[in-house]
Design a protein around this ligand. Structure first.
Ligand SMILES: Nc1ncnc2c1ncn2[C@@H]1O[C@H](COP(=O)(O)OP(=O)(O)OP(=O)(O)O)[C@@H](O)[C@H]1O
Ligand SMILES: [Mg+2]
Length: 269
């Protein structure tokens, strides 16, 4: 089992797009039973799978326990992929978690849901708060989408600082160059500086995914966007498989490995 958080302190950098498409790749390419858990009250991840209005369901109730979480699951329409959608009730979740005083509530819930899911992907809001700290405690890897701008490195440093302050042993970070446009000088420059970072191109097929409410791989499998998500997914899966190996650091920030729980196999309850 692995929990993968897609997180940044910055808004509009492609977190939801990456989380939704990676969840689809995990189920459809990786063959893993997968849960996409939307933690952002804006509800973008569910929307990308056609869940416009989760209705009267109360997303925040999921934090009350496994059964509550399970009662709110939606089928995505793709085999092996379920969604725990967000709604406005999550706006209060930070206060709720602080009042509970359970620092690992999210981690424990993810652990109990892992009886049914081999991969849990968290789409996070661009906040620095208790919910983020809980996400970091729960995650086995944190994907940080960074648009190609001079501010990217700074944003990454902020995420790293936050991760370090949230947990003694924070999970590995995978920076991803998002919305990459090879025609732009600054983009090319950053790509040259960070050759190890996976890239998600700025692509009209990816944008269309929001319009069609479908992952790009489902309607344009051979497009550069779909291929980028597939290879990003494979890179993450490979890194997760290496979780117990010793840390590998080499200058600039990159995914590195730290000792985490070994996890169990998912079962189909
Ligand atoms: N690679 C891409 N190519 C083209 N458009 C993209 C790409 N990635 C994201 N977008 C578009 O950019 C916008 C912002 O993306 P997204 O909602 O995924 O960002 P976010 O980081 O989740 O934002 P927020 O912080 O508001 O939750 C959306 O309209 C999305 O369709
Ligand atoms: Mg989002």
């Amino acid at each position: 089992m692995a929990v993968i958080a897609v997180y940044s302190v910055k808004g509009g950098v492609g977190k939801t797009t990456i989380a939704a498409n990676l969840a689809w790749c995990s189920a459809m390419i990786g063959g893993h039973s997968t849960l996409l858990w939307d933690l952002d009250p804006a509800g973008g991840a569910g929307f990308l799978f056609g869940i416009d209005q989760p209705g009267e369901r109360k997303a925040a109730k999921a934090f009350d326990g496994k059964r509550h979480a399970q009662s709110q699951l939606w089928e995505s329409g793709y085999p092996g992929l379920d969604i725990l959608p967000a709604d406005e009730s999550l706006r209060d979740i930070d206060r709720h978690l602080l009042a509970l005083g359970k620092k690992k509530r999210l981690a424990k819930l993810a652990q109990s849901l892992s009886e049914n899911y081999a991969r849990i992907i968290l789409d996070c809001p661009p906040t620095l708060n208790e919910t983020t700290a809980q996400v970091i405690r729960a995650a086995d890897a944190v994907i940080v989408p960074l648009p190609a701008s001079p501010l990217s490195r700074r944003a990454l440093e902020m995420v790293q600082a936050h991760l370090s302050s949230s947990a003694k042993q924070h999970p590995p970070i995978l920076p991803v160059l998002s919305m990459f446009d090879a025609r732009r000088r600054l983009h090319k420059q950053l790509r040259e500086e960070m050759p190890d970072w996976p890239v998600v191109p700025m692509a009209s097929a990816i944008e269309q995914g929001a319009d069609r409410q479908a992952p790009v791989g489902s309607f344009a499998a051979r497009s550069p966007g779909a291929e980028a998500f597939a290879s990003l997914w494979q890179a993450i899966d490979r890194k997760l498989a290496m979780r117990k190996k010793p840390p590998k650091r080499n200058g600039l920030p990159r995914l590195y490995t730290q000792t985490r729980r070994s996890g169990g196999r998912a079962s189909s309850e």
